[in-house]
Design a binder for this molecule. Sequence first.
Ligand SMILES: O=P(O)(O)OC[C@H]1O[C@](O)(COP(=O)(O)O)[C@@H](O)[C@@H]1O
Ligand SMILES: [Mn+2]
Length: 629
Amino acid sequence: MKTRFSHKEVEKNRNEIASEIVNLSATLNLPKGTEAFISDIHGESDRFSHIMRSGAGNISKKVEELFTGRLTKSNQKKLACLIYYPSEVLKNVQNKLTDKPDLEQWQMDTFNNLIEMLRYMANKYPKKLVKESVQPKFWEIIENLLMIDTSYNSKQLYCQGLLGSIVKLGLADDFIIALCHAIQRMAIERIHILGDIYGRGLHPDRVIAYLSDHWQNFDIQWGNHDILWMGSMAGSKLCMLNLIRICARYHNLKLLNEAYDIDLTSIVKFARHSYRPLPNFEPKVDNVEEIPKEELVTDNCVQQAATIMQFKLEGQAIKRRPEFEMDDRLFLDKLSQSKRTIEIGGVKYNITNGCFQMVNPANPYQISHPEQVVLIDLINQFINSSKLNEHMWFMFDHGSMYLKHNGNLLFHGCVPVDEQGNFIKWEIDSRKYSGRDLFDYFTSVLRDAMRHPTTGDCFNSDVLWYLWSGKDSPLFGKDKMTTFERYFIDDADLQKESLNPFYKLCDKKWFVERIKDEFDLEEDSRIVIGRTPEVKAKSPLSKGKIIFVNGGRPKIQNEGGFTLLYNSFGMQIVKLSPFISLNDAVFSAEIATQRKTIERFDEQKMVTDTDFGDKIKQRIEDLCAELKD
Ligand SMILES: O=P(O)(O)OC[C@H]1O[C@](O)(COP(=O)(O)O)[C@@H](O)[C@@H]1O
Ligand SMILES: [Mn+2]
């Protein structure tokens, strides 16, 4: 075995180390990359992909900066659409430009514009990163084109020659697509997803696939809906029932089968046998006329079956865990004999469209035998689904309850506080957790639960369900989840869910300081929060300068939501235009409707000022030490 390096090898090694030090030092002096913050994707993979393709509004801004005065507004928009959806736009162009010289002219103009854009975007990245963003087969050509100074005549000719050959070789479309993808990749250096990748929409699995295939630099802060999915994989039947109920409510049951191989036959059979469709369980869909009636009936009945099992198991958990203080969520024992009325707080309310035929008045929270069979079948499938395991570990490995990144604090939800702004002390297992400790505590429970999936009524599963809907859960941020009332009691007051005082207090400077102290943040740090409550949906910046982002969740009708961009010059809130459909997005929709600069730095921020910069500095130190040895 060779143990010693030859003199030559040592020298080569030293040269390599020295050149790495030089490259790393140069990187420190590049401008900091652009970070984008989005949240509440709720399985809307097309909308998510639209945001990513458009650099969360960054690309249209760059097109405007670069081409104003040279391209009309409408042509700027066309160029931006091409960058977002190159394949689709190219097809359209070919159909329109049937005359060959016209098409070639369009291709030449497009090459030039795209190269110019790429050069503009690439100037803040080290070459290595630019190279990684470009399809390998085109790297050499693109590298040459990026370096060329076209103010020299000879270089212009060289450039034209290159592009001309690409057209002649029939590679024009491929080349355009490669350029557009590279621009997309460079528009955002890091994406922060502040919760709820999972939720009401059909394709959270595609969001995960997109992230794992296309993106290297991202992080996730878990949302309450994400917990339902991770909790189900860990064996929590309550998480699973809530999840199935929501899937049925939004006509998304097929996600379970198609993406995660979970066979719903047992619950479908049971539900169709035990329940009849009711108006309060009609699935919430826009295109109801396009959905086969049988599917709607199944959604309706499965939603009822899951709801009733959920209320039963919730009742059991609430009784098992008095420390959760959720007695106000016990309903089944308050139904009258006829099950047509219910008494809450001494007041009698009518039940509308009840479906309590599986509830035994003598023991209302007891799961019936047929329900038990369904539950066992399903929960075993959830913990054993390899795809679900893969995606949930992806969520876990790239996620956290909160993140401190480049000095800012990111999370989904709130830090639970009382009306005076004191951190709520949540008592569990004879210990009290509040503020940052509460977040850390939930992380440890989630980790433990996922490592040891258990289908029995265990402590971890109960805590994960609490994280979904408990009043002191940071991810929920409301006093109660009024699912029972919203299905069965026609009374707006009872149905109301109130936000934790945190959201009101966000307008107070002293309160924001308190949060910053708790999480060890600097004076100029920002707090960015996903899960925008409706009150914040209109103005995402609190007076205390906390920023609320989302991805334009469909619940807020006709509103596109907000993202935040944080680049080397400052921070901008971008109001997204509503995402109507993929088709609409490809050819007409503009991503951003408004941009508001909320912070402009006195001095441009460089890589050296970032967390990544700190890592580089550490690496340089280590390399220097190696050189000295
Ligand atoms: O309208 P739906 O689908 O029943 O959802 C309402 C429920 O969703 C929640 O808003 C939680 O989900 P979000 O995190 O997406 O807000 C609950 O507070 C509420 O009870
Ligand atoms: Mn949420």
